[in-house]
Write a protein that binds this ligand. Structure first.
Ligand code: UDX
Length: 478
């Protein structure tokens, strides 16, 4: 699907392309909305599959931006997989499909836009992992800004992965060499088990290893790289990357400005959820006491087994805290049959499927967050001053736990891997520690300090604001 005319003559027009997963679509859309608020016309390109899901889930989809006067148009291209295929089960399959099918479709889309002066793009703003967008940008002489949707720490690890591998740290096994990795400039010593999961084996023919590292061999082709973080959060790593001559800038957090500026606005939905959002949970939340609620969400990919759910629930019940729990629709139906009736029927528990998470985390009645530690969830909880318990599942989540627990000290982590079992006593102990104890209070204070730093970063003349403005100025004058 291609929009008939994507921009009026004279307007700056960015074609924005996220990696096709929720944790990338959300930040890219928030950044696109910010660009649109600065007068850009946006063509936002999803896969056909995700576009259809978003349309089906978000009844208010386009009305959100129309109401805000933003010029955001949507286009979509096929990823080559059958519609019923669950794309979040095996990333190698999705990534191969992206490489095989999306380049030609994207090229045709950009060619169509370039065929008229009225719709010709000024630039491409795309997820760093969408390598083919650089080829298309080069072909049509368009500058590209790459967007990195994880932490600067994760970016630095990707940059230095060949060295880490040559130092003999891989494969990572239970009895791995225990020396921490100290060769990442600006990064504190890192245990091999905290490396992103795609890098933990030593199989360099592994499709994901190459898919993830390929874009790092051509970083200099992008005009600049914008990261969804802020300077005060990852100063040393960002500085080291810049010292390494990488044209990288902290530009985040990519979150609804109204939430960050504490405006009393309920309509802060991203409009890009792949599942329908439950808005009623806000009413339930409003009826709870300040900082009393434990919010639980494991993002758009992680899942738990029945036995893990059961043990977790026993710990949650014992903690006696009000619980707001978002369990994705595909898991919720099966899980409800194994949960105790007492839990399902408790007034203290609000079990739902997909929520406006940023809005929930910004609510004063949320006192703690049990999370899988995805980068968006991590950044959202820090931006709204909510301390966390992290139970990582895969990808960069072990790394995010390390930073939360050891560097920012805004949360605690479950030690067991996501495939392991967390005993009910441990669940109860952690929740009480987070929400009742002195240690929890101190973690909340530190999270609130970072929240203020996040808000400062995106204000006019804040560090992220200035970084983005400078990037755009350089881009538009080139
Ligand atoms: C994935 C990876 O797992 C993560 O580690 C990586 O950093 C980004 O891509 P995901 O697992 O989905 O993302 O986690 P996360 O990064 O936290 O992103 C989930 C997004 O969905 C967040 O923006 C969150 O606010 C949103 N969400 C989640 C909702 O809006 N509603 C929900 O009910 C749950």
């Amino acid at each position: 699907m291609v929009p008939a005319s994507a921009s009026e003559k004279g307007r700056v027009h960015a074609v924005v392309v996220p990696y096709p997963a929720q944790g990338h679509i959300n930040p890219c859309m928030q950044f696109a909305k910010w660009l649109a608020s600065q007068g850009f016309t946006i063509t936002f390109v999803n896969t056909d599959h995700n576009h259809a899901r978003i349309l089906a889930s978000q009844s208010h989809h386009s009305s959100v931006w129309e109401a805000e006067g933003l010029d955001i148009r949507f286009a979509s291209i096929p990823d080559g997989l059958p519609d019923h295929h669950d794309r979040m089960v095996d990333f190698a399959i999705l990534s191969k499909a992206i490489d095989t099918h999306m380049p030609a479709h994207f090229e045709a889309l950009v060619a169509g836009l370039c065929s008229s002066d009225a719709s010709r793009p000024t630039c491409i703003v795309s997820d760093l992992f969408m390598n083919f967008t650089q080829d298309v940008a080069n072909k049509f002489g368009l500058p590209r800004v790459a967007v990195w949707c994880q932490s600067a720490a994760s970016f630095a690890i990707h940059v230095h992965m060949p060295t880490i591998s040559s130092q003999g740290y891989l494969p990572v096994t239970d009895d791995s060499k225990l020396d921490p990795i100290t060769s990442i400039p600006g990064h504190p010593p890192l245990l091999p088990k905290d490396l992103p999961s795609f890098f933990q084996d030593a199989d360099f023919s592994n499709y994901m290893y190459n898919f993830k590292l390929r874009p790092f061999q051509r970083l200099q082709e992008a005009k600049s790289i914008l990261i969804n973080t802020f300077d005060d959060l990852e100063r040393d790593v960002l500085k080291a990357l810049k010292d390494d001559k990488i044209n990288i800038f902290a530009a985040g957090p990519f979150l609804p400005p109204a939430l960050l500026s504490k405006e009393d606005s309920r309509d802060n939905r991203t409009g890009t959820g792949l599942w329908p959002e439950d808005q009623e949970c806000i009413t339930w939340l409003e009826n709870q006491k300040e900082s009393s609620v434990l919010f639980i969400s494991f993002g758009s990919i992680a899942s738990l087994s029945d036995i893990q759910f059961k043990e977790l629930v026993l710990g949650l019940e014992a903690s006696q805290k009000p619980i707001l729990w978002a369990i994705r629709p595909n898991l919720k139906d099966s899980i409800e049959s194994v949960l105790p009736k007492s839990f399902l029927e408790s007034d203290h528990v609000y079990l739902t499927s997909w929520v406006p998470q940023a809005l929930i985390l910004s609510h004063k009645n949320v006192g703690g967050f049990l999370t899988h530690g995805g980068w968006n969830s991590t950044l959202e909880s820090l931006s709204f001053g909510v301390p966390t318990i992290v139970w990582p599942y895969f990808a960069d989540q072990m790394l995010n736990r390390k930073w939360i627990v050891e560097e920012w000290k805004t949360g605690k982590g479950f030690q067991a891997a996501h495939s392991g079992l967390i005993a009910r006593d441990e669940v109860e102990r952690m929740i009480r520690l987070l929400m009742e104890g002195k240690e929890g209070h101190e973690m909340r204070q530190r999270a609130r300090k970072l929240s203020q730093a996040a808000r400062n970063a995106v204000q006019e003349d804040g560090s992220s604001y200035v970084n983005v403005k400078n990037t755009l100025r350089a881009l538009l004058s080139s």
